[in-house]
Design a protein around this ligand. Structure first.
Ligand SMILES: NC(=O)c1ccc[n+]([C@@H]2O[C@H](COP(=O)([O-])OP(=O)(O)OC[C@H]3O[C@@H](n4cnc5c(N)ncnc54)[C@H](OP(=O)(O)O)[C@@H]3O)[C@@H](O)[C@H]2O)c1
Length: 326
């Protein structure tokens, strides 16, 4: 493997454009190939980012020997299939969140990564954001004392989208939980771990997926109140409270370069520089793992992705969200 990590992208929609504009800013890696089911989409994308090889359909990307790692940016219901196919061809994978629709699919993906000895990571980019790394350091150092409470939300108004859109269509793994509710759940999981109990209640759309969902996680001596929705805009902040202080991630917290620590009547504000939009940090982490020949990231290991999908499965059982692939 050369020092320059060779990337490919599968599925050239909205997030793929944002990701590629960050990838070209990161040193020692190169976007060498892209693949789309649509000819025009592939050509436009390849021209925009100066990509040498543009595949129509995904099979040639799986087989492309110039590609070491594939970023999977297809819709939720296809992550499983596309990741499994890529791994069969020996490719490392950075896969958009949610890693897959349910626990069973994530387990199969992990088995495949182990069988083919390839790197696999869910693209939970917030984990690698420098402000978020500082937040985790402060918590570890006991800056806010014993943890007691997390409150985080993720919401936007997507009511103008039609029922066939990826937001509302169950066949595409729609619903706010898997798309954006995953972020508040991720926050609670990485900071407090698995809860003793989880209680959820949802407002379902006509298509049977959640358009609003509230979740209450209870631990031995702490709680997390989490929420996501497609029905209204909201100033998204995250609060993490301990017995001796509070931490606040500013709006929109999952991509915020800003962090506030409040303690003893004083507040410390930190603002971090970003490379691009912030996707660069998950790219750097994947590059680092590939150079080390690690098959998973120690910062967001596969066990965490499994725990996260388990929580989402539990929430779905309680709220009656069922996908055709279940
Ligand atoms: N990390 C983040 O900040 C973030 C933000 C938004 C979304 N996401 C995640 O990224 C993924 C893609 O979201 P997006 O907003 O980029 O979606 P999108 O633009 O609607 O579509 C992405 C790609 O999915 C394929 N696709 C679209 N409609 C399809 C259909 N009906 N059947 C099969 N494939 C279809 C197309 O691939 P081809 O180009 O090959 O045709 C399309 O380019 C989702 O899993 C989402 O959860 C992450």
């Amino acid at each position: 493997m050369s020092n320059v990590i060779k990337w490919g992208i599968l599925g050239l929609g909205k997030i793929a454009h944002k990701f590629a504009s960050d990838l070209i800013l990161v040193k020692d890696c190169e976007l060498v190939a892209v693949a789309s089911s649509n000819y025009d989409r592939a050509k436009v994308f390849a021209n925009k980012f100066g990509v040498k090889t543009c595949h129509i359909g995904y099979d040639d990307l799986y087989k492309d020997k110039s590609v070491e790692i594939i970023y999977i940016a297809s819709l939720n219901h296809n992550h499983y299939r596309h990741a499994i196919e890529s791994m069969k061809h020996g490719k490392a994978i950075l896969c958009e969140k949610p890693l897959a629709i349910n626990h069973h699919q994530v387990e199969e993906m992990i088995k495949s990564a182990k069988k083919h000895k390839v790197f696999l990571m869910e693209a939970l980019w917030t984990r690698f954001n420098p402000a978020f790394e500082q937040l985790l350091r402060w918590i570890d150092q006991g800056a806010i004392g014993k943890l007691r409470y997390i409150n985080a939300t993720f919401s936007f108004n997507g009511l103008d989208k039609d029922i066939d859109s990826r937001l509302f269509n169950p066949e595409k793994g729609g619903g706010s939980l898997l798309d954006i509710g995953i972020y508040p759940l991720f926050l609670a999981l990485i900071i407090m771990g698995n809860p003793n109990t989880i209680k959820a209640s949802a407002v379902l759309s006509d298509t049977g997926v959640d358009e609003q969902i509230g979740m209450l996680l209870t631990y031995d001596q702490s709680q997390a109140i989490l929420y996501s929705s497609y029905t209204h805009h909201e100033d998204m902040r995250a609060r993490i409270c301990g017995e001796q202080g509070e931490l606040y991630l500013n709006s929109r917290w999952h991509e915020s370069p800003k962090l506030k620590l409040v303690k003893d009547g004083k507040s410390i504000d930190k603002t971090f520089d970003f490379i691009g939009k912030g996707y660069s940090y998950e790219i750097l982490e994947a590059n680092r793992c590939l150079r080390n020949k690690d098959t998973e990231s120690s910062k967001w290991p596969l066990k965490n992705s499994l725990d996260l999908v388990n929580l989402m499965d539990k929430v779905r059982i309680q709220t009656g969200i069922i996908y055709p692939m279940d």
